[in-house]
Design a protein around this ligand. Structure first.
Ligand SMILES: Cc1cc2nc3c(=O)[nH]c(=O)nc-3n(C[C@H](O)[C@H](O)[C@H](O)COP(=O)(O)OP(=O)(O)OC[C@H]3O[C@@H](n4cnc5c(N)ncnc54)[C@H](O)[C@@H]3O)c2cc1C
Length: 511
């Protein structure tokens, strides 16, 4: 008898989702995680006394477009989502504006501030909401070879498809220009689209902007207590269904015999057997644990990129005060802090040259405004995500250049909220190197692999592995950001992989 029906390698949120569905389907599940806590890039700890910091993703958006929370009854297992509304605070340092969950209110306020732009915003949502919904549907199922085509067809749903279709093929920076004439509106929307990695000039990148309507559909949310509230609830769900979750348990080898996955060997030498193994780690980590003869060239040729973001997490003794005193609204949602489009492109240029951006655009997150468990009364947990930062630098190393990059992020934030640096009482600096060393994100890519269209849908991680199975090895399954639909807090890959696994391993199949 094997030790488990299913062994799961890594406890990122996708792996935990797969494990939870498998346990719910009656399979005996064992999860093995390298770190001291579960969650990977969706985890939270009190890193400064009194201040809880997320290690990775913070804005829960896409998972709300999936049935994961409902189907796994995560609320019953302690997940409590807090709504974040206004969802976004756009600010160039001169004219703040807000994106509320209520699209009509957003458009009304925009129109009052920037005549013509509220109307453009409404037109943009009307044009692209059906498309955005179709994309969300495609995320929630295993990718098919025709998905790209389906996505294109959906662009024309109820619209003039000859106008719409070509837009999908364009760079998102261009499409933003077609809708919004005022740069003060366009730049923050473009900056939000840049979060997936590709720059505004990349052909075929328009979907990163065109799914913007989804924010109004599902909203932005935060688990009470931090992002890790999601993965802690998943752990409890697994355990409630008889599964076991082991931390400080790095997997060294995936054991394969007669072309079939048999189990795992941990770094301490312990071995565990199972009917099936699922890996939710970065695909290069999975490949590193597989016997060499089962690792195809395609697995070695995935494009991981060269990092792109870095984070400065600050514990502040006081709440953030923006120059235009728009608190508390400005402290609630994601701050899209960008002076103009040139700032983004200059940063990208410096990144291409192997240099950390000198004056980065920022996403400011001060979720202590909606969750009082993140900071002591009167204080603030402020996280500043900045782009672009190469993992591999043209000169120096991250050991020698972290202080300068940190300083430049702080300086950039002073433009919007002067005096913040005087209130710092603790911090965590996460460079691309830090993300690789601590979270196992190769070359600091928070999306595992580049989110370019040659690595999306059935091309992720590569075509023969796109159905959540390692090709050529029976009983070896894959999930995580390295698989469709890619990075972000979504759980869709975890659920899609569970469907394949549960169908294969149980008589009742997927219900
Ligand atoms: C700083 C940062 C900010 C982000 N911001 C957002 C955001 O606001 N919103 C959003 O939607 N997304 C965001 N993301 C992206 C998102 O968080 C990730 O893409 C996503 O969480 C990846 O999840 P995953 O399930 O693929 O696995 P991962 O989180 O990558 O987990 C893989 C797990 O495998 C473990 N592991 C590795 N090697 C081994 C081994 N040998 N044995 C056992 N275990 C192993 C790792 O320790 C890790 O726990 C952010 C990410 C980061 C890092």
């Amino acid at each position: 008898m094997p030790d488990f029906d299913v062994i799961v390698m890594g406890a990122g949120h996708n792996a935990l989702v797969t494990a939870a569905y498998a346990a719910k389907a009656g399979l005996k599940v064992g999860v093995f995680e390298r770190r001291h806590i579960v969650g990977g890039a969706v985890s939270t700890e009190e890193l400064v006394p009194g201040y809880r910091f997320d290690y990775g993703g913070s804005a829960h958006i896409l998972i709300r477009m999936t049935p994961v929370v409902r189907e796994l009854e995560l609320t019953r297992h302690g997940l409590h989502y807090l709504e974040v509304d206004p969802m976004f605070h756009a600010y160039d340092g001169e004219t703040p504006w807000f994106i509320h969950r209520d699209a009509a209110r957003t458009a009304r306020e925009l129109e009052a501030l920037f005549p013509g732009q509220g109307e453009a915003y409404t037109r943009f949502l009307d044009d692209w909401t059906p498309f955005a919904r179709s994309v969300a549907d495609l995320f929630n199922s295993a990718p098919g070879p025709l998905d790209m085509g389906k996505m294109m067809v959906s662009s024309g749903k109820g619209r003039d498809w000859m106008e719409q279709l070509p837009r999908i093929l364009k760079p998102y920076g261009e499409v933003a220009k077609e809708y919004f004439t005022d740069e003060r509106v366009r730049a923050p929307l473009t900056w939000m689209a840049a979060q997936s990695g590709p720059p505004p000039t990349d052909p075929l990148s328009a979907p990163f902007l065109l799914w913007h309507p989804l924010y109004h559909e599902g909203g932005v949310a935060r688990p009470k207590g931090g992002s890790g509230g999601l993965t802690q609830a998943l752990k409890r769900a697994i355990e409630a269904d008889g599964g076991e979750v082991f931390v400080n348990a790095p997997v060294k080898d995936i054991l394969v015999k007669d072309g079939k996955a048999q189990g795992i060997r941990l770094e301490n030498g312990d071995t565990y057997t199972a009917r099936a193994v699922v890996s939710g780690t970065h695909i290069l980590t999975t490949a590193g644990a597989m016997p060499d003869e089962f690792v195809p060239e395609s697995a070695k040729n995935v494009r991981v990129g060269n990092g792109f973001g870095m984070v400065l997490r600050l514990a502040l003794s006081e709440q953030v005060k923006y120059r235009h005193h728009t608190e508390p609204d400005s402290r609630v949602g994601l701050g899209l802090l960008i002076k103009n489009e040139q700032q983004l492109m200059t940063g990208y240029g410096q990144y291409l040259a192997g240099e950390p951006t000198k004056d980065p655009p920022l996403i400011a997150m001060s979720f202590s405004a909606v969750d009082d468990s993140l900071a002591p009364p009167g204080g603030e947990a402020l996280w500043l995500w900045a782009q672009y930062y190469p993992y591999e630098l043209s000169s120096g190393s991250w050991e020698t250049r972290t202080a300068e990059a940190r300083e430049n992020i702080l300086n950039a934030f002073e433009h919007y909220a002067p005096g913040t640096r005087d209130t710092i009482v603790g911090e965590l600096v996460q460079t691309p190197q830090w993300l690789e060393t601590n979270l196992g994100l190769h070359r600091g890519n928070v999306m595992h692999l580049e989110m370019s269209f040659d690595q999306m849908f059935s091309f992720r991680p590569w075509m023969r592995a796109s159905q959540y199975k390692w090709p050529g090895v029976k009983g070896m399954y894959l999930t995580g950001a390295s698989t469709h639909p890619g990075g972000g807090i979504m759980g869709a890959s975890g659920r899609n992989a569970a469907q394949v696994l549960v169908k294969d391993l149980t008589r009742r199949g997927w219900k």
